[in-house]
Design a protein around this ligand. Structure first.
Ligand code: ATP
Ligand code: MG
Length: 139
């Protein structure tokens, strides 16, 4: 995957609350092109693998339970400086600390239920995109 791509998930809380359209609108307005998108639900095994880096953290069980409780919207987004710019657009992990106008400030309810995921590096964007999409689902 090219380095001008990032990967996102609209987490189960966003889907449950009917925020898919509003969040995609923010993503479009910020200049990201959608290269791949789908609604899917992660199994417990999927979520444990996806968030493997956090497996020793005290919140891991809660994170896996949350991420598997309902469908998500997974997407690959393209833009110059995609990883960094998307992290700015979503805001801090804890919505209390997120800047005004960011997706998490607008739509997240807590540190755990924080509306969206954004890759933290080009390498992880490629790994995470490939986790959810096959080559023929990426345009
Ligand atoms: P994400 O990887 O989902 O984009 P992030 O990079 O901002 O979020 P990470 O440190 O990677 O934050 O944590 C992954 C996810 O684990 C967070 O988005 C949040 O849902 C959850 N999480 C992180 N820290 C805590 C915590 N202290 N308590 C509860 N949940 C947490
Ligand atoms: Mg992260």
């Amino acid at each position: 995957m090219a380095t001008n791509r990032t990967f996102t998930m609209l987490k189960p809380d966003s889907v449950e609350k009917g925020y898919i359209g509003a969040i995609l609108e923010k993503i479009n307005a910020a200049g990201f092109r959608i290269a791949a998108i789908k609604m899917t639900q992660m199994t417990v095994a999927d979520a444990e693998k996806f968030y493997e880096v956090h497996s020793a953290r005290p919140f891991f069980g809660e994170l896996v339970e949350f991420m598997t409780r309902g469908p998500i919207v997974a997407a690959i987004l393209e833009k110059e400086n995609a990883v960094e710019d998307f992290r700015v657009l979503i805001g801090a992990t804890n919505p209390v600390d997120a800047a005004e106008g960011t997706i998490r400030k607008l739509y997240a309810s807590s540190m755990g239920e924080n509306a969206v995921h954004g890759s933290d590096s080009d390498d992880n964007a490629a790994i995470e995109g490939a986790f959810h999409f096959s080559g023929r689902e990426i345009f």
